[in-house]
Design a protein around this ligand. Structure first.
Ligand code: AMP
Ligand code: MG
Length: 345
């Protein structure tokens, strides 16, 4: 199959809507990362998304909507807290989990009796959903396990020959996927995946619990609410390690362990050997969110064998950066202040 790239705009909305209405799949830009879109109510189209990504069947998709009417078509239990959060954060990078109505296909929701729903802010995607008239299931448009795509060229790397069309809307604003929450009673949410809607922002509205799976490696017997948390994720071919420690210790560690194929993501204050390959990371959490996935992909195209990444600040959107990074690194954190610089988990 030939994969064409088209610029986001009115014509692209019409052609993408045509493909989706015919049961096809298309990659689209959103403000978080690029998504692989299909009619969420069409079981065959949803299966094609799982196939193109190589995604495990039990990892549910998020349904993207353009109106509150569409939310009521998916669920009949929208509690007052959900309405308040929707009024404040939609359209935007917040996904909420609701009991699903029977007509929402189990396949879309990974066999669960709940559905994850979000209204994206991206103008193109909102217009596309509106033009289709049905919710769009859109997981990140990467091959399962690889870093999520934040530009159309990343999608092309993974999906060329597998899908008919990629809509190019430029680089994604946030660079990390949406915040996913479920409700626990009337006044509490549990963050299953952190994103640009931060715990600090949610605490203005309700109690907030951060699920253990956000920063911890779950054991084989752990209760998993969000199936996506148990899979290997966001990993380039290069081995990723997180370095925890100050500039001096980081520089010493790198000097000792670096080769010509060592990549590094840091804030720029470290005095490092010239041979190391530096990738954009940034000094603020917002910059780190924007750069993380692109830099990990770049490390692979430059042939890095290992990539060291400075431990991010974990407040605000930094929690999302750390959550993605831990998975990219298979939870390998090297604590340089801990006295040993041995590579350990
Ligand atoms: P992605 O589409 O790649 O951004 O991943 C979607 C994330 O949302 C995964 O981590 C899923 O496990 C999670 N998710 C989607 N639907 C549900 C649901 N019904 N219950 C819990 N988590 C969900
Ligand atoms: Mg994903």
């Amino acid at each position: 199959m030939e994969t064409i790239l088209v610029k986001a705009g009115e014509e692209a909305v019409a052609s993408a809507a045509g493909i989706l209405k015919n049961g096809g799949i298309v990659a689209v830009p959103t403000e978080t990362v690029y998504g692989l879109a299909a009619n969420a109510y069409d079981v065959n189209a949803v299966r094609a998304v799982f196939n193109a990504k190589g995604r495990p069947q039990d990892n549910p998709l998020i349904l993207h909507i353009c109106s509150i009417d569409m939310l009521h078509d998916i669920t009949d239990s929208v509690q007052p807290l959900a309405t308040r959060l929707a009024e404040s954060f939609w359209p935007g990078p917040l996904t909420m989990i609701f009991p699903r109505k029977a007509h929402v296909p189990a396949e879309t929701c990974g066999g669960l009796d709940t559905a994850a729903v979000r209204m994206p802010r991206s103008k193109f995607t909102l217009e596309l959903i509106e033009s289709c008239g049905f919710p769009i299931a859109a997981p990140s448009a990467n091959t399962s396990g690889l870093p999520s795509p934040t530009s159309a060229s990343h999608v092309f790397e993974d999906m060329n020959g597998k899908i008919p069309m990629i809509v190019d809307g430029g680089e994604c604003r946030y660079g990390v996927e949406s915040t996913v929450v479920c409700f626990e009673g009337e006044d509490r949410v549990r963050i299953l995946r952190p994103g640009a809607v931060t715990p600090e922002m949610l605490r203005e509205f309700c109690h907030v619990v951060i699920d253990n799976g956000v920063l911890e490696k779950l054991g084989p017997d752990a209760k998993v609410i969000s199936p996506g948390m148990k899979y290997k994720h966001y990993s380039p071919a290069a081995e990723v390690y997180i370095l925890k420690g100050g500039d001096d210790k980081t520089a010493k560690f790198i000097a000792k362990h670096c080769s010509v194929s060592t990549g590094f993501l840091g804030n720029g204050d470290e005095r490092l050997p010239d041979s190391i390959i530096r990738f954009p990371y940034g000094s603020t959490s917002e910059e780190q969110a924007e750069n993380l996935f692109a830099s990990l992909r770049e490390a692979d195209s430059r042939g890095c064998r290992e990539v060291y990444v400075r431990m991010p600040d974990t407040s605000g959107i930094g929690l999302a950066v750390y959550n993605r990074l831990l998975r990219s690194a298979g939870f390998r954190v090297i604590d340089l202040d801990g006295g040993s610089d041995a590579l350990h988990e």
